[in-house]
Each structure stands twice: as structure tokens, then as C-alpha cells.
Design a protein around this ligand. Structure first.
Ligand code: ADP
Length: 261
């Protein structure tokens, strides 16, 4: 319990710090981006500085992507949960996800019929799947396969007894498996930590899974990871089943919630 509490607190303070820095940094980046674009527009393509400026623009855009991730992690956005069928939400994203992982990776979609409903902001489902699929793509690094599955799942006392923090109940399972490189023990122990990454500078921020974790916990769900080095990895996300009438208007909107609690 102690370790979990400190994890939650760390997530929250890192989130606040990251959000503040990202916000100020983003304003300055926009100045750089704006003036560089302007300079390029007024410049002849043969100008010796044209390529240099293009490099500056590329780097500024990449930096902007990273600050966007930081802001998303700090969850400055408003969330609007409503009752959704995850199968429909995922189906609506498949095209985008296929583009994200590229042509060398086969994307298998295995929806369960009669899937229970959940309450969640569909934009958060997008964020979760995009982060998991980028990681799957990077872990495969070539030809491979990613499978997205859904199912109804009942977590019983026995299952939860072994997993600190898990509460028994009825859940909808969203699972993402990949045929990638898998993870060693150190990575498994740290993967949800903000800023933990094994990727090279500029490729990973270490915020993808911390964001996923924050979103899952915000929705009172749970996440598990199974990984075999050289075989692949499976992330399982359990979201609480919605019972009663579906609510299609946002249940509430929440501008800022503590991270990882
Ligand atoms: P980032 O992707 O920016 O590194 P994440 O928080 O998304 O940050 O992931 C943290 C680390 O966890 C990654 O650097 C990688 O080492 C490991 N990881 C995440 N997903 C996978 C996966 N599907 N297969 C293997 N390793 C993974």
C-alpha cells in the first residue's frame, strides 16, 4: 500500500510540474514555429539557409509533439465520460491505428459479441490505444502482429487477492498483444513510471504508459502486463461495466483530477 501511495503522489506532482513547464515551453515553441514558418515562406528554395531553417522547423515540431504529450499527461484537457460500446469506439479507430503501425505489422481485431457497456470518454480510449500501439510498433520493429481484443470479464476474489489494488466485479476487457521483443525485469518493474523509457532521445518520452495508467485509474479500471523477452507483450485493461440505462450525454465533465489515484 505504501508503494502505491507514493506512486500516486509522484504521478500527481510530476504531472503538475510537467504540465506547468510544458505550457510555458509550448508558448515559446509556438513563437519559434511561427517565425520559422514565416521566414521559410519568404525565402527562395535555393537560399543556402533554406535547409537549415527546415531543420529548425522539424526540430521545433518534434519538440511541440513532446510538449503536447506532456500536456496530455498532465491532463489539462476536460474529460467527458459517457456510456459507450468499446467495440464501436475501437472500430472507429482501426483505420487510424493501421496507419500508425505501418504496413509491415498485421493488425488483428477480435471483438467479443454481446460486450457490456462502459463509461468512458472515447477520446481517452483513443489515447490509450494510440499509446499502446506505438509501443507495440516500436517493440516489433519490423514485421509482426498486433492483436486488439475485447471481452466481458468477471474478476473474482481469488484473482484480486494476488493483485494489490484490484477490486472484484464485472469488467470489460480491452487487450492489446504484440509479437515484439518483450521486456526484461527492470522494464517490467518501471514501465508505468513517468519518464521511464528505454528508447533513444527524441523517440520516447516515457510518458505513454504513465498516461495510460492515469487514464485507466481515473476510470476506476485496472491494468495488467504479461511479457516474455523475445516473444511479445500483452496489456490487459479492465474497465468497470456500466449497469442500468446508457447515458449518452457526458456524465460529468472534469477539468482536472489528481493523477494515478
Ligand atoms: P516511451 O514509449 O516513450 O518509451 P512508455 O511509457 O510508453 O514510454 O513506455 C516505457 C517503456 O516500456 C518503453 O521505453 C519500453 O521499454 C517499454 N515498453 C512499453 N510497451 C512495450 C511493449 N509493447 N513491448 C516491449 N516494451 C514495451
Amino acid at each position: 500500500l505504501e508503494a502505491q501511495l507514493s506512486h500516486a503522489q509522484k504521478m500527481e506532482s510530476v504531472g503538475r510540474l510537467a504540465g506547468g513547464v510544458a505550457h510555458d515551453f509550448n508558448n515559446m515553441l509556438n513563437v519559434i514555429l511561427g517565425y520559422t514558418e514565416l521566414a521559410l515562406q519568404n525565402m527562395d528554395k535555393d537560399d543556402p539557409l533554406y535547409n537549415d531553417l527546415t531543420e529548425i522547423l522539424d526540430a521545433a515540431r518534434r519538440s511541440s509533439d513532446i510538449t503536447r504529450q506532456l500536456l496530455a499527461f498532465a491532463r489539462r484537457q476536460t474529460i467527458a465520460p459517457r456510456t459507450i460500446d468499446l467495440n464501436e469506439t475501437v472500430e472507429g479507430m482501426l483505420k487510424m491505428l493501421r496507419r500508425l503501425i505501418g504496413e509491415d505489422i498485421d493488425l488483428a481485431w477480435e471483438p467479443s459479441s454481446g460486450l457490456w457497456l462502459v463509461n468512458m470518454d472515447p477520446a481517452q480510449v483513443d489515447q490509450v490505444l494510440a499509446n499502446l500501439l506505438v509501443n507495440a510498433r516500436d517493440a516489433i520493429d519490423g514485421v509482426g502482429r498486433v492483436t486488439i481484443e475485447t471481452d466481458n470479464a468477471v474478476l473474482d476474489e481469488a484473482y484480486c487477492a494476488d493483485r494489490p489494488g484490484f477490486v472484484p466485479g464485472e469488467f470489460v476487457l480491452l487487450a492489446v498483444s504484440d509479437s515484439g521483443c518483450g521486456m526484461d525485469k527492470n522494464t517490467m518493474d518501471n514501465l508505468f513510471e513517468p519518464f521511464f523509457t528505454t528508447k533513444t532521445v527524441g523517440k520516447g518520452t516515457g510518458l505513454g504508459l504513465a498516461t495510460v495508467y492515469g487514464i485507466v485509474r481515473q476510470n476506476e479500471g485496472f491494468i495488467t502486463v504479461h511479457s516474455e523477452p523475445g516473444q511479445g507483450t500483452t496489456f490487459k485493461i479492465y474497465l468497470p461495466r456500466h449497469v442500468g440505462d446508457a447515458v449518452f450525454e457526458p456524465l460529468f465533465t472534469e477539468p482536472e483530477t489528481p493523477l494515478g489515484t
